[in-house]
Design a protein around this ligand. Structure first.
Ligand SMILES: [Zn+2]
Length: 71
């Protein structure tokens, strides 16, 4: 038995070095927004995108925090 994990449905290309050894993860942040995280194995460039638009890391971190309801 062999385990093969190759998510090839969508080939992600690194914006930095145009390499294709990119780990691509889709996740949902605390505020419910769905974002894509891509990490390049070649140059270690990391990027966040939402619906194809780039996101700043600080924005992602803010959204990943627990939302406090105003009292
Ligand atoms: Zn790269």
């Amino acid at each position: 038995m062999s385990l093969v994990t190759t998510p090839t449905s969508q080939l992600t290309t690194c914006r930095q070095c145009t390499g294709t050894r990119v780990t691509h993860i889709t996740m949902t942040l605390t505020d419910g927004s769905v974002v894509d995280f891509a990490s390049c194995h070649t140059c270690e460039h990391k990027s966040w995108t939402e619906s194809g638009a780039g996101l700043e890391v600080s924005t992602v971190l803010k959204r990943a925090q627990k939302i406090k309801k105003a009292a």
